[in-house]
Ligand binder design. Sequence first.
Ligand SMILES: [Zn+2]
Length: 411
Amino acid sequence: MEQIVLRNCALLVPGEDDTRGGYDVLIEGDRIRQVSDRPIVASNARSVDVGGKTVMPGLIDCHVHVMSVVANPTENAGLPNQTTAYAVIPVLRSMLSRGYTTVRDAAGADFFLAQAIESGYIDGPRIFPSGKALSQTGGHGDFRRRTDHLEPSCCSDRLGMLTRVEDGVDSVRKATREELLKGATQIKITASGGVASSADRIDNTGFSLDEIRAIVEEAAATNTYVLAHAYTPRAIRRAIDCGVRTIEHGNLVDEETAKRMHELGVYAVPTLVTYDALAKHGEHFGLYPESIAKVADVREAGLRSLEIFRNADVKIGFGTDLLGEMHKYQSDEFQIRASVLKPSEIIASATATNAEILRMQGQLGCIEPGAFADLLVVDGNPLRDISLLAGQGEHLTAIMKSGCFFKNELA
Ligand SMILES: [Zn+2]
């Protein structure tokens, strides 16, 4: 197996406040084999001098929608499959260029896309797909408009339709089993109203308790879990009391609900950048006025939710949730969070905590023997200047995924 040794690394260990100088990292095949503060002896290895730059784990984004290639969800759902399949290629490539070596897709991407990347047909992050997210009729995943002639379902066979509308315990149970059969690694539900859907209010709840319980039960039966889109304390409470493991967005959370999340070991995956992008660019990219009007309801509360989660000791993951033309703002999430959290906390969210959410601790989000060789070489120290992770990967000198360089500008 091919060996590469990275020499003279400033190692970034998630959770620590500064890097550790003078490390060597030995990579064998797709894995990290050895990490040492003494020179590693490996006579057959290709030696790469990192020159004291920061070496950190590849970033993980736990809430993306790569199959959203145009911002308007109804338009996206109506695209021919070929268009969506080709348009996703640059979306994936750009994410990897920004340093995301793994993503959890929170609706839309399926097993076959994950496999196409794994097989090397297209460049992109490793994907944990949720398949189509489950929504009730009139819920956040129902992209029919009030004014539409309401056909029983809409575009459900289209790749660009990120959701499926299901009602009733039997129906959601079957839908969950189908998504798991098709290769979803976890199940996504919309447990409250949302911004991008036009006909529901943010403070609506989604699904009956019996429906949520049935979905959680089926996910647990195949040893996986449920993530729920939810904004309000009421919606979060309903979801977590039924066994949902991760709360997506959570902008309007209160102290009491955050305390309950902590008690139950529930993760929060805030996605603040999407509200920023929707407020600034949503109209330009064709989002409905009724959607734009809802952005303010959650945007302001977003930063406060980070404080509430942190004070309640809720484990905070890292997500972005951008749609269509707005994917390029993905790494603005770092700077938005920096007004509340320390760089070390934000980086830990986007590496170690997200790996826990994926149940891949020790394999992803860390630089340790046995882990996947997903590494970034950063020109500077992002623990002192988080903006080094912003933009389109300009400050990343090298990006390695599964032991292969996707980018390498080291001399
Ligand atoms: Zn989302």
